[in-house]
Unconditional design. Structure first.
Length: 508
């Protein structure tokens, strides 16, 4: 659909608005600095650096919290309550007010304790995962749960603590809506996955079996980023134990990881992180440090990564373009066809235990497992020591497989070491949103698949930039989706996409 006219250029904003904006830029600069230290901790910091780094991050989080919650910020917001503001200015004040009111309810010393505990838990998680030792991580997980319950109790003592924490990552969609979509995905995808497993259709995956050195895979990951148009002048590629993206519109860095037996997973992971980076790099530079230059929360952020990973990176068009580069790095795959690659990257696994390596369909059952466990942990319905067994039982129930170790089970994700309870649902919400956005882009861009096959990603990048990136946090989630697609946010486009794509792949 056609987009609206360019955003307002501004108005004769009251002095209080200008003062509030300058304060927001300063506390967001502090937060950005903390982000660089967090990136360094996961990518480059020496193993022994944790004690100092935890104190550094704690100090920065405290400084930012104090700036966000002090009396001057409160007075400026009060002065702007009845001010005559443009739509853009009203959106900025709305976002700052939400952050201020939430932060103001939480004591600064608790913010420091959470930051310090997260830094210590990250180091403990990395060691516990390497040693397959949940008991070593358990005290840190328990501490994170306790601190986040305390946090939620300060924000809204009479509400469900998990709901309060979910709003940290998706404040614009209700937990009820998230649960409805997760339930819809589970009810719809389980029968589809069962039908696929009963299908006689064998996909061509053995073409990509073998050993693929990590150095060559890293070169291939760089090839993939260059192919889709990653701006290395404002970013870099590194390796981490859990792929992630960190940064802003001036400096946005991606990481990935490698398995010598599965180079396709590394390509998918790298393109996924590119989607996050492309969103950050596409935000308005002139609004850096303000809500107009910040992404619209995690469901939208995940929609960008999942759109590039699934709708681009798992398409025939992309592999028509990228397969020659793959063969050049790995000559043993010289006989592979585009259809071989397309089938291999879209295989629905019967035995995959790792979320970040999951296929497009079973991925959402991985999310449901995590969502149910963390919700019960935060609500006090599940004891820490029972997490491994409950995790394994749910995998057996939902996916028909059972982890043989905690390293490939409940220790595989980094999120709980950060205390990020409420994060996981946004992965599935983002996948659903990605399908809706891509369907709208496809309807408006002439021969989008042909452009991808030709290596021309400008039409898609420009469409996403126009309809998503340039708005920052101006619109709340559903409004942003409605403006981009003409429809309210729903799972309809995703479910239609699944039916068409996997029905054809598996002769369903």
């Amino acid at each position: 659909m056609a987009t609206e006219a360019a955003p307002d250029d501004g108005s004769d904003a009251p002095d209080a608005y200008d003062a509030l904006l300058e304060r927001a830029k300063r506390w967001n600069a502090v937060g950005s600095a903390a982000g660089v230290l967090g990136w360094d901790q996961q990518v480059m910091m020496p193993e022994g650096g944790t004690p100092a780094r935890s104190k550094q991050l704690s100090a920065l989080s405290s400084v930012r919290h104090d700036m966000l919650t002090d009396d001057e910020t409160a007075d400026l917001l009060a002065e702007l309550s009845d001010a005559d503001l443009t739509d853009e200015e009203s959106a900025v004040v709305r976002e700052i007010r939400r952050d201020h009111e939430r932060a103001d309810a939480v004591p600064g010393e608790l913010v420091e304790r959470i930051s310090e505990a997260s830094s210590e838990a990250l180091a403990a998680w990395e060691e516990a995962r390497a040693e397959d030792d949940f008991e070593a991580f358990a005290p840190h997980l328990e501490r994170q749960v306790e601190l986040k319950r305390e946090y939620a109790d300060h924000v809204a003592p009479d509400r469900d603590p998990y709901e309060v924490l979910f709003e940290e990552y998706e404040p614009c969609l209700s937990i009820e809506r998230a649960e409805e979509i997760l339930e819809e995905l589970r009810e719809t995808l389980v029968p589809v996955i069962d039908a696929i497993r009963e299908s006689d259709r064998d996909l061509a995956v053995d073409t990509f079996e073998g050993t693929f050195p990590t150095d060559d895979q890293e070169a291939l990951a760089r090839d993939a980023l260059e192919t889709v148009g990653y701006d290395f002048d404002r970013g870099r590629l590194d390796v981490s134990s859990h792929p992630f993206t960190s940064g802003n519109q001036f400096d946005c860095r991606v990481t990935t990881r490698f398995d010598e037996s599965d180079p396709l997973a590394a390509v998918g992971s790298t393109i996924h992180e590119f989607g996050h980076a492309q969103y950050n790099l596409g935000l308005p530079r002139e609004h850096w440090g303000t809500p107009l230059g910040e992404s619209r929360d995690l469901s939208v952020h995940e929609s960008q990564s999942r759109l590039w990973e699934n709708h681009v990176g798992r398409s025939r068009a992309f592999w028509e373009l990228f397969l020659p580069a793959f063969k050049e790095r790995f000559p043993d795959t010289a006989d592979a066809t585009v259809e071989d690659a397309y089938e291999a990257v879209n295989q629905v696994y019967e035995d995959n235990l790792v979320r970040v390596e999951a296929d497009e369909l079973t991925y959402h059952l991985h999310i449901v497992v995590r969502f149910e466990i963390e919700r019960d942990l935060v609500r006090g319905d599940l004891a820490i020591e029972d997490v491994p067994e409950v995790w394994n039982d749910k995998y057996e129930e939902y996916l028909g497989i059972r982890p043989e170790s905690d390293a490939e089970g409940c220790l595989q994700d980094i999120h709980w070491s950060h205390g990020n309870f409420g994060y996981f649902p946004t992965y599935s919400l983002g996948s659903v949103m990605a399908a809706q956005l891509y369907a709208a882009a496809e309807s408006e861009i002439d021969d989008l698949e042909g452009s991808i096959a030709d290596g021309d990603f400008d039409p898609l990048r420009e469409w996403l930039g126009e309809n998503v990136h340039r708005h920052g946090s101006r619109y709340e989630t559903n409004e942003l989706v409605r403006r981009a697609t003409g429809e309210d946010f729903s799972a309809d486009a995703f479910l239609a996409y699944v039916d068409e794509k996997y029905g054809e792949l598996y002769d369903l």
